[in-house]
Design a binder for this molecule. Structure first.
Ligand SMILES: [Zn+2]
Length: 301
């Protein structure tokens, strides 16, 4: 039975191969130009052109995947033949260490990352910036000219996340500013305001309780853009880093650096204190990215 089916399939396939070649050939004979032998046309229309085949391959759609025990972003990416960057960016994973079993991930049919168009972008400038094929970019997003609507979401085939974003997502961009033992006395997020009982307020950093005099180090290399005193933070330092990151260190007992200095994670920039609005010796530490705060706990190892 099996053999018979195979035989039958071979005959059918052979016929189509023969028909395909025959009709395709017939199409190019000069006599066939205006509907003569018109029976050929429907079949030839069904054969995709190389462009259509390419477009089919570049059709962007998403499948869903439920995270199983032991899954990592890398193994899921490998299973679907896309990069980790694709899964991380499409699912807006802020930390690859916190995949939950049962969590639903979207997996794209082609490799690449989503991108929100900025003012002044053109398909050409985007392709240049991300070192990807303009032709492929245009095909996937069905661009018809060199313009693209600002703020629209598009897909960048074959594009990768930049180094800083990947480091941030992998949770090892920053070093802890205290190398000696500390206790987290207040986490990032909503809390009861320690100075206004009954009032909830947003704590934009982490409080690291440690004895007065504990050395404080820069969490990442950068330039000191502020070193001074404020009523809230007491003695404080702000450091500007690459890619729009800034870090703030508050309530210092003493500052060992000054505005304009270049510092690295081995630079001792000050010591823990209890200055400003503080209820005991601790370091208040905030990480900003382009002006918004991030939870430091997900960004250091
Ligand atoms: Zn604080």
């Amino acid at each position: 039975m099996k053999r018979y089916n195979f035989f039958k399939a071979t005959i059918v396939l052979s016929f189509f191969l023969w028909a395909g070649f025959h009709f395709a050939g017939a199409q190019y004979t000069p006599f066939d130009a205006k509907g003569v032998g018109g029976g050929d046309t429907p079949l030839s229309e069904e054969l995709p052109t190389p462009e259509e085949q390419q477009q089919k391959k570049l059709r962007l759609f998403y499948t869903t995947y439920a995270v199983k025990k032991g899954d990592m972003v890398s193994t899921i990416a490998e299973k679907y033949g896309v990069s980790q960057d694709a899964i991380i960016s499409i699912n807006k994973l802020r930390n690859t260490r916190t995949l939950q079993i049962g969590q639903i991930l979207k997996v794209p049919s082609i490799d690449g990352i989503p991108y929100k168009v900025k003012k002044g972008d053109t398909p050409e400038s985007i392709a240049d910036n991300y070192k990807i094929s303009l032709e492929k970019l245009a095909l996937v997003n069905t661009f018809t000219d060199n313009t693209v609507e600002p703020a629209s979401m598009i897909f960048l085939p074959d594009a990768k996340l930049d180094w800083a974003t990947l480091q941030e997502i992998n949770g090892d961009l920053f070093k802890k500013p205290l190398k000696r033992r500390f206790r987290i006395s207040s986490r990032y997020g909503w809390r009861n305001n320690p100075f206004r009982p009954g009032v909830r307020s947003f704590h934009n950093g982490i409080d690291m309780a440690a004895p007065r005099g504990t050395p404080i180090y820069a969490a990442l290399a950068g330039r000191v853009i502020a070193a001074g005193y404020s009523k809230v933070y007491g003695n404080y330092i702000i450091i500007a880093h690459h890619s729009g990151y800034r870090t703030l260190y508050g309530h210092l007992h003493a500052i060992f650096t000054s505005r304009g200095a270049f510092v690295t994670p081995s630079s001792k920039i000050g010591i823990v204190g209890n200055t400003g609005m503080s209820t005991g010796p601790h370091l208040h530490f905030t990480i900003f990215k382009n002006g918004s705060t991030l939870n430091p706990a997900g960004l250091w190892n």
